[in-house]
Write a protein that binds this ligand. Structure first.
Ligand SMILES: [Ca+2]
Ligand SMILES: [Ca+2]
Ligand SMILES: [Ca+2]
Length: 261
């Protein structure tokens, strides 16, 4: 029996690393290839993933893992394990210094995608202000529903539309590809992000769910906040390091430079 102990210990260790915890995660992309938008999330296709919290909107956002990946040119990919998205998922990004501490300065309700980024309703006056974690200052937002994805700079008052990312819907997943030209992301950059979901058509205004990615379960308890404000706590965001060519290439370049002298 003695010989079984290391095996069991190793097994438990492996399990603890395999099961994604429902807390903020740090992901580093070590592969130059990026995920393919075909509606299927294959094993090992993405660099990493987070587990969501709560299920107030039927698990549309938090029922499955949110995968992230990049490629050697800085294109960004997300894959959400979900059986369908009928409301509006918003992923806020902090990639450069400065930005918005909360959604309160966003007043754009020109269409459901824009209203969802703003946390404001189209049919009622209620808004749900999302205050980001201390130090998280949003610059960009990806928003998608069951028919399209849009990408904005979170400029106060009126959002700046940067483009419409590729989005492919599968039976058990939604996959999104955002070109580097749309985000401004460069290889090796560290970006931080947090995902939320809400309904901009509710009669009371914007109705936010309790489902999040990148947020600790102790920050948002089960039960939809609806039009109430949500304040995230310290560390409530995922971190992702975009792929960058490794030192091997840099060494080659150095030897090439030296050969010139
Ligand atoms: Ca990759
Ligand atoms: Ca895929
Ligand atoms: Ca920022």
């Amino acid at each position: 029996m003695q010989s079984l102990r290391p095996t069991l210990a190793t097994l438990i260790l492996l399990i603890s690393f395999t099961i994604a915890s429902a807390t903020p995660v740090v992901i580093i992309d070590a592969t130059p290839t990026g995920a393919t938008q075909d509606g299927v999330i294959n094993a090992g296709e993405y660099a990493g993933s987070s587990a969501g919290i709560n299920d107030g909107f039927g698990g549309q956002l938090a029922g499955g893992a949110l995968h992230v990946d990049s490629n050697s040119t800085g294109d960004l990919m997300f894959g959400l394990e979900t059986t369908g998205v009928t409301d509006y998922v918003v992923i806020y990004f902090d990639r450069v210094p400065n930005g918005l501490l909360s959604t309160s300065a966003l007043l754009d309700v020109d269409d459901p995608h824009r209203a969802s980024v703003s946390g404001r309703g189209l049919a009622g006056p209620g808004s749900s202000t999302l205050t980001f974690a201390p130090g998280f200052e949003a610059d960009l937002a990806l928003v998608f529903n069951g028919s399209s994805a849009q990408f904005y700079a979170t400029t106060p008052m009126i959002l700046t539309h940067l483009g419409s990312p590729t989005i492919v819907y599968g039976a058990g997943a939604v996959e999104i590809g955002i070109p580097a030209a749309m985000t401004g992301i460069a290889p090796g950059e560290i970006i931080r992000y947090v995902a939320t979901i809400g309904n901009p058509f509710d009669a009371s205004g914007f109705y936010r769910a309790d489902e999040f990615h990148g947020v600790d379960p102790t920050t948002v308890a089960a039960g939809n906040p609806g039009a109430a404000s949500v304040t995230l706590a310290a560390g409530d965001f995922n971190s992702f390091t975009v792929y960058r060519e490794e030192v091997a290439t840099a060494t080659t370049s150095m030897s090439q430079i030296k050969a010139l002298y």
